[in-house]
Ligand binder design. Structure first.
Ligand code: AMP
Length: 508
């Protein structure tokens, strides 16, 4: 057998597994052996369709066992897997095909009529794959051999292009090598004490680093099993929790679980670990979850470009409101966002990351790569944070969300924490909006608890006790809920667009 780094570690062992690798929502199972055979058939179909080592395969399909087998097939055939959010429109798909220049594009069968002309325009070969295993790729795979000689891929060869969610400007394709992905999966298996006895409740999308590389790769690297749900559906999650041992979710999943009284100690008696990431977990959610279930959620921090960087400890104190310590092999430093100089211990600044996990650069965007990836290997994350005296990293927000009011820097997280603690407030988001005198002014967007009408004047007055005047919101507004994307991230751009003329309006 030839060498293919990720195949050897994640997929090769499956052929010898007769146990259930994947349990489907209807109770059906896919054994390791059946998955390996499916993967091999898809790999043959890809090669027959013209895939050569290093070719990109763009994939926009529904989450399913077939989609995961296609991921394995692309890696095993030596290709670069390029998963896309299934919510992207044909216009957006056009951009990604143009940018990634794939040999093959695979979409849901329902999208085939749209894909045909798009693929033809960019010289790619169109294929389709349904969640039920239907479509032209499945056709091409039918009758193919159930084993496939992996195409040689060295640790530094590309395994995936993962597009950033691109809230500012166009999405960038983060180039991730076999070694980027494998090193991170192996570290997480150790750090989170994964074993072949684990059963992961898989509720995350598989076009994103969290669901594809954290959830899936870690499960595969540990020789564990997964219950594969198409998405987070509260009924399905509650029904399957008793059969699982690990769940990985975004903060919204935990607040939704807490909102349901059926979540109790008995239901999670078989669970050993709950992991949260992709967006900040409120300390309050952390505490409420522990009070209800007896489990302290383990919060970790990562991103498309780097996989996972830090994690709260499995065995030590999982500190609410922090993202824990650098993972083994990962270095974190805090720098001045302007000058790039390393700051003194405890200071707040730009979080920079270096390690085997850090990507190779942005696909065909050397200028962007040079802006964010330093010559010495540190990646400038765009997140602001500080390391406390015990070594825990605190993320205080995205640098582009930092507010400069009257020339002074305001970190939204500090104000949000103060607002969240006020009576009648469920959660908050703090943004900077244009202001005639201050340039930017701090605006607090509050979500009241159900049935409550918080006293906004009283809240502003109370903040005066704890926050310097320049940090205090110049105004507070309420909304029924905060706009969030599928990964649970608050969409501050949307809030800024909505409230951007607040001070212009309140003056007139
Ligand atoms: P993505 O590339 O979509 O995975 O988004 C990565 C970004 O999500 C990071 O740069 C952070 O801003 C944010 N993020 C991820 N995990 C956390 C966390 N535990 N706490 C706060 N922010 C997080």
């Amino acid at each position: 057998m030839t060498g293919n780094t990720l195949h050897q570690a994640l997929f090769a062992p499956l052929a010898a597994r007769d146990d259930a690798l994947i349990t489907l929502p209807d109770g059906g199972v896919v054994t390791g052996r059946a998955f390996a055979a499916m993967l091999a058939r898809y790999a043959h179909a890809l090669v027959e369709s013209g895939v050569e080592p290093g070719d990109r395969i763009v994939v926009q399909v529904e989450k399913s066992a077939h989609a995961l087998a296609l991921y394995g097939a692309a890696i095993t055939a030596g290709a670069v897997f390029v998963p896309l959010n299934s919510a992207y429109t044909p216009e957006e798909l056009d951009y990604f095909i143009e940018n990634a220049e794939p040999r093959i594009v695979v979409v849901d069968p329902a999208l085939e009529p749209v894909l045909g002309p798009l693929a033809a325009k960019h010289g790619a070969w169109p294929l389709s794959l349904g969640a039920d295993g239907g479509g032209s790729l499945a056709e091409a795979a039918r009758g193919q051999p159930e084993s496939f000689d992996p195409v040689e891929r060295a640790p530094d060869d590309l395994a995936a292009l993962l597009y950033t969610s691109g809230t500012t400007g166009r999405s960038k394709g983060a180039m991730l090598s076999h070694s980027n992905l494998l090193s991170n999966a192996q570290v997480l298996v150790e750090e989170w004490r994964f074993s072949s006895g684990d059963v992961l409740l898989h509720i995350l999308p598989i076009f994103h680093t969290h669901g594809l590389f954290v959830a899936t790769n870690v499960t595969l690297a540990a020789g564990a099993r997964m219950i594969l749900l198409p998405k987070f559906d509260i009924e399905a999650v509650l029904a399957h929790l008793p059969q699982a041992s690990v769940m990985m979710g975004v903060p919204t999943h935990y607040t939704r679980l807490l909102a349901d009284e059926r979540l109790d100690r008995e239901r999670v008696a078989g669970m050993r670990l709950f992991v949260s990431g992709s967006a900040p977990l409120l300390a309050e959610t952390h505490e409420a979850f522990e009070a209800r279930t007896g489990h302290r959620i383990l919060e970790r921090y990562g991103m498309t470009e780097t996989n996972m960087n830090t994690s709260n400890p499995h065995d030590g104190e999982r500190r609410a409101g922090t993202v824990g310590f650098p993972l083994p092999g990962v270095e974190i430093r805090i720098t001045d966002p302007e000058s790039g100089e390393v700051l003194a211990a405890g200071a707040t600044g730009m979080v920079e990351v270096r390690g085997l996990n850090v990507f190779q650069g942005y696909w065909r965007m050397p200028d962007k790569t040079a802006e964010e990836l330093r010559d010495n290997g540190y990646f400038i994350t765009g997140d602001l944070g500080r390391v406390d005296a015990d070594g825990y990293l605190h993320i205080v927000g995205r640098s582009k969300d930092m507010i400069i009011s009257g020339g002074l820097n305001v970190y939204p997280k500090e104000i949000e924490l103060a607002l969240d603690a006020q009576p009648g407030i469920a959660e908050s988001a703090v943004i900077g909006v244009p202001h005639p005198d201050f340039g930017e002014a701090v605006l607090g967007v509050l979500v009241p608890r159900p049935g409550e009408r918080p006293d906004l004047d009283a809240i502003r007055a109370t903040l005066g006790d704890s926050l310097a005047a320049f940090k205090r919101p110049k105004a507070l507004v309420t909304v029924p809920e905060l706009p969030r994307n599928t990964m649970g991230k608050v969409q501050k751009t949307e809030l800024r667009a909505r409230f951007g003329d607040h001070f212009a309006r309140s003056r007139s």
